[in-house]
Design a protein around this ligand. Sequence first.
Ligand SMILES: [Fe+2]
Length: 524
Amino acid sequence: MKNDENRLDRRSFLGGAIGAAGAFSAATMLPPLVHAQPIPRPAWMPLDHPAPASGGTTFKPLRAEVEVRDCVVEGKIPDDLNGGFYATGPDPQYPLAKGNIIFDGEGHVRMFRIKNGRVDYRTRYARTERYVAQDKARRSLMPMYRNPSMDDPSVKGLSRSTANTHVINHKNLILALKEDSPPCALDLNTLETVDPVYTFDGELPRDRPFTAHPKVCSVTGNIVAFGYEAEGFGSDVVAVFEIDKQGKKVWEAKIRVPYVGLLHDFAVTENHIMFFVIPLAIDHEQMKRGGIHWSWDPTKKTYLGYMRRYGDGKDIKWVEGPTRSGTHTMGAFEDKGKLYFDTEITAGNPFPFMPNRDGSPPDYEAATSYIHRLSLNVNGRNKSYGFEKMYPLIAPLPRQDDRYNTMPYRYGFMACPDPNEPDRRKAGACYARVDNQTRTFELWNAGPNVALAEPVFAPKHPKAREGEGYLMGVAYHINENMRSDLVILDAEHLKDGPIAIVKLPVQASPQVHGWWVREDQYPA
Ligand SMILES: [Fe+2]
């Protein structure tokens, strides 16, 4: 284990960072679980607060790069499970400034490399330009979330990426993503950073933001992506583009959004692209006061936009809907002239640690996410968009079998509190598989005092049918100082419990999102 904590007095670090820490779970945008009262900002989570047993994202800082060869395994790793489970999350390099949020922590990338029944574990901070500059200066140089006016002058012109949100693989690289910047490219096997500002060999401009939620086309394997605020800080232009497997840009269009808001995810179908604009809007006044990029503006409406794929973007249409939020896509498809966009939806500000523009306190109930199906007619007039709640599961980070990113799909996967326990403070964390055909779901409850991170699906082989494979995710043991396990379940028999448990001797690095790389996707 390599530990760099001696760079700072430990107490001063923890004192500063713990407000940004905690075994929080974005499901924890799920604060209704445990937070009876609003958390005073800037505290992300009170020091004495128990970690919620829930599902989603975990943010307790680690600040140590870890390698474990031949992890202890309980049970047996299936013979047909070979590949790598990668994830990233914010792990602040230096204490967060007052008023800053955990989303500004530096990306810490980890890998469970599974092969022939053995598991090696490795983590590395992404050596972004920001990380390297701060490491040299031994202090934070970009102290406020997406507010460059607060930057130290020495970092002018550097990429502000933290690489802390999501990872995908491309050409034997792991691309660690942050939506305000280009990807940061890491070696697939070692996680050493090979290019902190990855432009696909010049196919994209160096200042082009790149979404943390690209889709891999189910037909072509192309990466379909977008960048918002694409023509300078605060611009209302969104660039939408497609990169083929060799890294060549094969399509690009530009559109304008009704207003500049958080555009975290999107939906791609065979022929169309959809965006959901939500009232977490850019707040220039707040930034002038030294605050973060966004605030929740309850006077704004949502807009569901749809456009043709491979068009010039001029056909984009926006359909207005009520004030609400939606940040993560489970799946999307088109069928008989209709577009369907399955996404988690909250009634209000999904991130209670981000300010409300009207000064109102955080509303944790309004931040609770449920999967909804939004729908539109491709050719007809849409006075509003269709809106249907699909499941009673609180699940801000839904996933699917990623081979179905852009086509009709049946199954979704997620971490969520147990819906059978009415008292959310007692509800254990579950992994769930939902079946959109029967509208039923199956659960595995991890038991008390466990926080589950977002799971990932691994097919048994490249041609396995949808959902035939393994669901895996990291379980953080709250009463063991967050010591973590990787749990591996048969995705078609979740309720039978884990087939294998990979035991780490330490806490796993924090996680937002993860990605599975199949064995056949590694270089020979
Ligand atoms: Fe996300």
